[in-house]
Write a protein that binds this ligand. Structure first.
Ligand code: ACO
Length: 328
């Protein structure tokens, strides 16, 4: 089996900033409620750029940072719950924009865990020799499926994209372990968004249905606090390191109180979790790579640092990756 490492990251968020006070003009809410219950102060909302555009901009930064030619990329996987279209995939749209003619491209649906799942797929393709260089992306334009009349959900989400280039390596093993899992029981009651209903000339009364995000906040809250410690425990299995050796945990940015509660369960300081939720809100599949690239840009990561990425979301889906940073 080959080793796999991250050789570059990138991210992009739309320039329009929407503050909590801006939202108080749309729904009955206020800055105090949103920031104290979630930790969110503002989020980025697209004024026209769709998921493939955000993905392409994140991908171009990752390609530049990795110092590779787009023709070297032989796999593109996009984790998204808000693609531009059913067909073609977001990954194919990105491929055309960046000129990665040699890549196999597809999207995966794992909601907020989308980036961890995409990272796992890229890693397994490289380990088995199916490909050498993979572009993995987490990207969302959730603002197009959010119910802007529902104050309990519309204040939580933001738009954005993050990307990483993975490459096979003979000597250095950057992706030390990955764990993923799912639980489909009663999942739509936790968090859901319908696609198109079944309708054709052979059905008398076709169902009318809108594609909008619905959520049971309290259940998701409880799920998040339990599943983060479980995923972190799982990535340490058969590994020669413990939580003490970890410099940062980069979690899915859903709610500051979920992170505080998970930190308590893990008996670690909340500061070990890198957070940018206050500025971006919950960007679903984009949140982890957006945070990771911000850390790389700000010089927080050095060769040899051990970090954990951990995500959870609709499906239900969950997962984590234990990574040794290999970029100087
Ligand atoms: N502004 C003001 N008041 C509000 C708002 C708002 N935006 N939203 C709800 N309220 C009101 C409710 O109507 C309710 O009022 P009532 O007591 O008069 O009935 C009150 O605030 C309390 O509402 P709750 O839903 O009980 O609030 P709670 O403390 O549970 O917080 C929240 C809600 C922030 C959504 C919390 O449950 C949470 O963070 N859950 C996690 C969900 C999450 O992170 N989802 C992200 C997507 S899922 C994912 O990423 C995996």
């Amino acid at each position: 089996m080959k080793s796999v490492k991250i050789i570059g990251t990138g991210s992009y968020a739309p320039s329009k900033i929407v503050t909590n006070s801006d939202l108080s003009k749309i729904v009955d809410t206020n800055d105090e409620w949103i920031s104290s219950r979630t930790g969110i102060r503002e989020r980025r909302i697209t004024t026209g750029e769709d998921t493939s555009v955000l993905s392409t901009k994140a991908a171009l930064e990752a390609i530049k940072n990795a110092n590779i030619d787009p023709l070297d990329i032989d796999l593109i996987v996009v984790g998204t719950a808000s693609p531009d279209k059913f067909i073609p995939s977001t990954a194919c749209l990105v491929q055309a924009e960046i000129g990665a003619e040699n890549a196999t491209c597809f999207d995966i649906s794992a909601a907020c865990t989308g980036f961890i799942y995409a990272l796992n797929i890229g890693t397994q393709f490289i380990k088995t020799g199916q490909c050498k260089t993979a572009l993995v992306i987490g990207a969302e334009v959730l603002s197009k499926i959010v119910d802007w009349s529902d104050r309990s959900t519309c204040v939580l989400f933001g738009d954005g994209a993050g990307a990483a280039i993975l490459q096979s390596s003979h000597d250095e093993n950057g992706i030390l372990s990955i764990y993923t899992g799912s639980d489909g029981r009663n999942a739509a009651e936790f968090l859901g968004c319908s696609a198109v209903p079944v309708r054709n000339p052979f059905i008398k009364s076709a169902e009318k249905q809108e594609s909008l995000v619905t959520m049971n906040g309290k259940d998701i809250f409880r799920f998040g606090t339990k599943i983060i410690p479980k995923c972190i425990e799982e990535v340490f299995k058969e590994q020669d390191c413990t939580i003490e050796d970890i410099k940062y945990i980069v979690p899915h940015q859903a709610n500051m109180r979920i992170i505080d509660s998970a930190a308590k369960r893990l008996e670690i300081d909340s500061d070990k979790f890198y957070m940018n939720l206050d500025r971006y809100g919950n960007t679903s599949a984009a949140s982890i790579p957006l945070a990771l690239n911000e850390m790389a840009r700000n010089g927080l990561l050095h060769r040899g640092d051990k970090i954990i990425l951990v995500g959870f979301g609709g499906g239900l889906t969950f997962g984590a990756a234990l990574i040794e940073w290999m970029i100087d």
